[in-house]
Design a binder for this molecule. Structure first.
Ligand code: NAI
Length: 714
């Protein structure tokens, strides 16, 4: 290599010449390369410099950051955009700079050695070729629709011309990312090599292949892309699939389809204009604003708080049941930590191993891992019926039966043999951490770590801080939860913690609605149309009526008249209906799938033929009952902020992300309006709807939830 040629001392870009080739290094200060307006201008300057350089035949664009090519646009800046004009300027600027890149006279090759998302992928699309490394973090994709927008820096117009319309739709509409091999398969990258030779291979490939002519590639097939009728069919199918999947709540994928269609019917330039026009509408709308906020809430939740966490190098799991097996699997798979799993008999342990291996088997079937990898991972969970191997673990996650005495007993037994500083994290769903910790000689090491079922699918873990839990224990277990790939929300030690406490009144209200003669289907359909992934009654069967019953008892004990258990739960339990687990519940079950409402349900409840309930009125009752309880949760500081409640509800129950969360939804309705409706419902339905003192106070102060309960830094 010859001496480096600096384009600008302050630029994130550095041009390094080497004979008739050059490398443009993108290295923004910090861990992440991203495009703000300022960085786009710096790229623009580098392109000007390249235009006036002579003798460069091949230009490789690369990043020196390990595992990071370009993460996309700078969302911090995107978030500050408030007018259509500003948005339009930002979008056009990206298009202009990338188009200039595409028009450079030399061959351009993106050398992707890590994360390549959104604007990063669009930069790569405006190079002649793309070479990707086998770095474990190397992923390429266009996740914009997950933020309520679509790729508008040429991506939506350009991608289908490179890889064909069907493959481009698949990537843009789902926002999924691909590793090198998959990306090569669909034609998005030209070669996949190891990191050590990436830049050299990129340079050689550019020299070998020469400047690309035109936009199209051999991946586009004339009978789809060149045939208006076939295109129409593909686009209309894609629209129906999106509507079916999103219930029409997410406008971005539909807008992306419109833009793609327009770019084919009216040409490339028209496509770029349509990108600007359509993305601005989305960027200014509520859905994008909710999804971008959610992105920042997730980022906020990843920040470490309190004392530096201790490292977890080994773990134990107590109880190999439904939860224990899944937790052990997650610890090995996500954190790469060995697990010692204990139960009271070998049969239960075999069950736990089976549920862990089932999760890995699915990955093998989807070609996400090899059989060899699966065998190696499985061997990292060892099993025992005594305490051998627990002497040195850094943490045990306790998932034995939901009985206080048993939990206290295993805690005492563990403390007798475990290390002084080992953490005892209980997965209890209902028992106060303080009560379990009462049996402990070291209560500062006892904490709640509440996973949701099924562990491999549910992205939330509530960390529950007992009265005597030390800040170090909270920060260590929070960091451990994040290492397991989970979103972590800290809850104080109060009945039902955050999620189950808010779900309590919601499920109860569904029970009341049935008792009033509304059909199960109409109740569930109403909430699905609101955007929940599952209706409340289907949810009840899924989580287990026994589990919900136990949680209901605890809530009733704690909150009395506000949460009287609905008759529905009692009747189902008296009839030994536990839901999915015993294939008897509100629904009929066959081979683990719901097949329809059990017709014997209504006679069991002493009801005649049900009626179709009024959708909007039912949604209002179920949603406001949650809002009312959530207002107490945040006012009592069980959750630290309105954003924490929303994050927990989105991640723990699937509360519709496009609404930004439960309290954001309430803020959009207006707290005054919420209070008025609650008062009206109180008059109609009774005291359970009385607005909480917190809501009344917000009305008096004229504040929203997010204003009254902001995220506190530090
Ligand atoms: P489960 O009944 O499937 O498993 C419990 C296991 O603990 C059984 O295999 C049992 O043999 C074992 N066990 C009993 N006494 C033991 C002892 N002294 N030492 C070691 N193992 C012992 O129960 P599941 O559903 O896995 O629940 C476990 C815990 O997780 C409970 O505290 C529950 O409240 C909590 N939880 C459950 C959720 C669910 O959806 N099932 C969700 C979140 C938390």
């Amino acid at each position: 290599m010859t001496a480096a040629l600096e384009t600008s001392t302050r630029s994130a870009f550095r041009l390094q010449r080497d004979g008739d080739s050059a490398i443009l290094w993108f290295d923004l200060p910090g861990k992440v390369n991203k495009f703000s307006s300022a960085v786009l201008s710096q790229l623009d300057d580098s392109i000007s410099a390249l235009e006036s350089e002579s003798g460069i035949k091949v230009l490789v664009i690369a990043s020196p950051k390990p595992g990071m090519f370009i993460a996309g646009a700078d969302l911090e800046e995107f978030r500050t955009i408030t007018t259509g004009d500003e948005a339009s300027k930002f979008v056009r600027r990206g298009q202009e700079v990338f188009t200039r890149l595409w028009k450079l006279p030399m061959v351009t090759v993106a050398a992707i050695d890590g994360v390549c998302l959104g604007g990063g992928t669009e930069l790569a699309l405006n190079c002649d070729y793309r070479v990707m490394s086998e770095h474990p973090k190397a992923q390429i994709g266009l996740p914009e629709t997950k933020l309520g927008i679509f790729p508008a820096w040429t991506g939506t117009t350009r991608l289908p011309r490179l890889i064909g319309i069907p493959a481009a739709l698949d990537l843009i509409l789902t926002g999924k990312t691909l590793d090198g091999r998959r990306a090569q398969k669909v034609g998005l990258v030209d070669e996949v090599v190891s990191s050590s030779v990436l830049v050299d291979v990129a340079r050689q490939l550019g020299a070998r292949k020469g400047k690309k002519r035109g936009l199209e590639s051999d991946r586009t097939h004339f009978y789809v892309e060149g045939n208006p009728l076939a295109r129409k069919l593909v686009f209309s199918k894609a629209r129906s699939a999106v509507r079916e999947k999103t219930g029409g709540h997410y406008p971005a994928p539909l807008a992306a389809i419109d833009v793609m269609e327009e770019s084919y019917s009216s040409g490339y330039q028209a496509g770029l204009r349509a990108e600007v026009r359509e993305v601005i509408k989305l960027a200014m709308g509520d859905v994008a604003s909710s999804l971008v906020r959610l992105f920042f809430m997730m980022e906020e939740s990843k920040k470490e708080r309190g004392p530096a966490p201790k490292e977890i190098r080994s773990a134990g799991v107590l109880g190999a049941g439904l939860m224990g097996g899944g937790i052990a699997q997650a610890i090995v798979d996500q954190a790469g930590v060995d697990v010692r799993m204990k139960d009271i008999n070998w049969q239960a342990l075999a069950g736990g191993m089976k549920s862990a291996s089932k999760i890995w088997k699915k990955k093998v079937e989807r070609r996400r891992m090899t059989r060899g990898e699966m065998a190696r991972k499985l061997s990292r969970i060892t099993t025992t019926i005594d305490w051998s191997g627990f002497e040195n673990v850094d943490v045990v996650v306790e998932a034995v039966l939901e009985k206080l005495e048993i939990k206290q007993q295993v805690l005492r037994d563990f403390e007798a043999i475990g290390r002084q500083d080992a953490i005892f994290a209980t997965n209890t769903s209902t028992i106060p951490i303080g009560r379990i910790a009462a049996a402990s000689a070291r209560p500062e090491n006892v904490v709640g770590m509440h996973f949701f079922s099924p562990v491999d699918k549910m992205p939330l873990v509530e960390i529950i801080r007992g009265e005597r839990t030390s800040p170090q224990t909270v920060s260590t277990i929070s960091a451990f939860g994040r290492r397991l790939g989970k979103t972590v929300v800290v809850s104080e030690d109060a009945p039902g913690f955050i999620v189950n406490r808010i779900l309590g009144p919601y499920l109860n209200e569904a029970g009341y609605l049935i008792q009033e003669g509304n059909s199960v289907e109409s109740i569930d359909k109403a909430m699905v149309s609101f955007g929940m992934p599952l209706g409340p009654l289907a949810l009840l069967d899924e989580v287990g009526i026994d589990v919900a019953g136990k949680a209901g008892e605890i809530l009733n004990e704690a909150f009395g008249e506000r949460m009287p258990p609905s008759k529905l739960l009692q009747s189902l339990l008296a009839d030994k209906r536990f839901g999915k687990k015993n294939a008897r519940g509100v629904f009929l079950w066959k081979e683990g799938k719901r097949t329809g409402v059990d017709p014997s349900l209504y006679p069991l409840l002493g009801l005649g033929n049900p009626k179709e309930g009024k959708r909007d009125a039912m949604i209002e009752r179920m949603v406001l009952s949650m809002v009312n309880e959530a207002s107490r949760v945040v006012d009592e500081k069980v959750a630290a902020s309105a954003a924490d409640v929303d994050l927990a509800m989105i991640m723990g129950t699937g509360f519709p992300p496009f609404r930004g969360g439960l309290l954001r939804h309430a803020d959009r309705l207006g707290v005054r309006f919420v209070a008025e409706r609650l008062r009206a419902l109180e008059a109609e339905q009774g005291i359970r709807f009385r607005p909480s003192p917190a809501i009344e106070r917000l009305v008096a102060e004229g504040k929203s939830f997010y204003e009254a309960y902001p995220v506190r830094q530090g």
